[in-house]
Design a protein around this ligand. Structure first.
Ligand code: GTP
Ligand code: MG
Length: 298
């Protein structure tokens, strides 16, 4: 039996969460076309006869602009420290810049076995360009293994699992074989609301949003009532989140309800509120209240 913790790390928007969801065959982490979607550690479990892999998805590593940004960087650092194996994900269409060099040096310091996943290969035009991209990254990162993948189009993910198992140590099962995640359902529901906000709102607005589930209760007839609050940074943002005649809030609610229903397999009655908490992303006490606290990292 092989087992261990695999940290998924890299720059924002390279496809870490999409790839993790694909590897475990279920959507647990939210994803979006906007950078800095993942804000905390999302732990999921993959088990088969080879053993058990505990995946830890992390926020994209980038320069912090506020306390929330600092929290996100510490989540990535702590996860790297605790992992058995690092899965560094890069975008095949991206260039190698100062940020990549910083991540490489940080990972070297950590001294853990490194696998480089060159992701989004479906976007690379032809075989010759792909070979070039792979060579460029291999030279730059000198990983133990390099695998070209597509988390979106499922290219090579089976090979990636095989490689992960081959590099993991012998060890026990950390979780029950049926466990996919231990993330509480109400946290996942809150994230699914935030995912809709990221999809539907523009500019800085979705980045200044936090979502808290205030109540989640299943009725006897199976319907689940969920009350959630969308926290934003400004009155003007609140106006945009609610939209003309409440249209935007309604679209966010409908999208999130459908996603939560798919996840829970029950019918859901979702009620959303919007509150303003000026500059909460620079307020440690407020951040804790909204679930961003490094000491509570599972
Ligand atoms: N074409 C293509 N797009 C992908 C692939 N993987 C992810 N994407 C897209 O890239 C965007 C970012 O994906 P995420 O999974 O949210 O990226 P992330 O690295 O988790 O981003 P952060 O949480 O912000 O750090 C989304 O629009 C995905 O659909 C892929 O293999 N191919
Ligand atoms: Mg992510």
């Amino acid at each position: 039996m092989k087992s261990g913790f695999v940290a998924l790390v890299g720059r924002p928007n390279v496809g870490k969460s999409t790839l993790m969801n694909h590897l475990i065959g279920q959507k647990i982490a939210i994803t979006s076309a906007k950078a800095q979607t993942t804000r905390s550690r999302i732990r999921t479990v993959y088990t088969d006869k080879r053993g058990q892999i505990v995946f830890e998805d992390t926020p994209g590593i980038t320069r912090a602009k506020n306390k929330l940004g600092e929290f996100m960087v510490s989540v990535a650092e702590k996860t790297i420290e605790e992992a058995d194996l690092i899965l560094w994900i890069v975008d095949a269409t991206g260039y190698i810049g100062a940020a990549e060099t910083e991540i490489r040096d940080q990972l070297r310091k950590a001294g853990k076995p490194l696998i480089l996943a060159v992701n989004k290969v479906d976007l690379v035009q032809d075989r010759a360009s792909l070979a070039e991209v792979i060579e460029k990254f291999r030279k730059f990162a000198a990983p133990k293994e390099l695998i070209a993948v597509s988390g979106l189009r499922s290219g090579n993910t089976e090979l990636l699992l095989d490689t992960l198992f081959s590099l993991l140590p012998e060890g026990p099962m950390f979780f029950d074989e049926d466990t996919v995640t231990e993330e509480p359902m109400r946290d996942i529901a809150a994230e699914l609301v935030r995912e809709q906000a990221l999809r539907l709102l523009r500019d800085e607005v979705p980045h200044g949003i936090a979502v808290v589930v205030d109540r989640m209760k299943e009725r006897e007839d199976g319907l689940t009532d969920i009350d959630a609050t969308i926290i934003c940074e400004r009155e003007s943002h609140k106006g945009m989140i609610i939209g003309k005649g409440g249209q935007m809030l309604k679209r966010i609610g409908t999208g999130a309800r459908r996603a939560i229903e798919e996840m829970t397999g029950t019918r859901v009655n979702l009620k959303l509120w919007v509150k303003v908490r000026p500059d909460w992303r620079d307020d440690s006490a407020k951040m804790k209240e909204f679930g961003y606290d490094i000491r509570n990292l599972k």
